[in-house]
Design a protein around this ligand. Sequence first.
Ligand code: SF4
Length: 226
Amino acid sequence: MPKNIPEKGAALQRDGETYAIIPYLPGGIVDTAQLKKIVNVADKYQARTFKFTSYERIAIIGIKKEYIDKIWEELDMKPGGLTGKTVRSAKFCVGKRECKKGRQDTFKMGLMIDEHFMGIKTPNKIKIALSGCPNSCGESAVKDIGLIGTERGWNLLVGGSSGSIPMIGQIFKKNLSDDEVIQNIDKIINYYIEKDSKLRLGRFIKQISFERFKKEVKIADNLKKI
Ligand code: SF4
């Protein structure tokens, strides 16, 4: 699967001299041992600061270039700072494992989504978010692909964005099982790649109409079965 991670998993910072790295911590979930390791390594190599990003990542900022390889070696973690036109790691709330309002298991679903789609190159970036219930703490309605847990499964939304022109995602399918979620995201991403629009998914759907999008994604699915 093609990945789009900056060279050495590090991004040059505004000062033009230092770098930031982002370890892959699925859903922003981190245990005490991992957190201690991140802090100790950052201290040892004189990182300037941390940033807990809106996408549930920990960015270690202000690293000298000569330390990047040693830091990755000592962290022993995969890079998670995907950039550019690619499917990003999924964002998810704690879901029913930790939250009394949770209806679905966001941990399990989020990891399945990352395993299947994270790093795939797409015509424009794709952000995916999951919320374990309609309270939508994962901000599912403002992501390219959003999932909201209900008593009967997952509602799948498409076309949301919190960017410069915010858009609310529209419901593509309701009450999906975990496997159906994967199948439907696969269909949507394949269709988006095939159409090769440079627009973000929501703007592309607006351009062609939601009705046409739903119809053509379904047709693409039928053709695949023949
Ligand atoms: S979206 Fe629902 S399940 Fe997730 S943290 Fe918020 S209230 Fe809990």
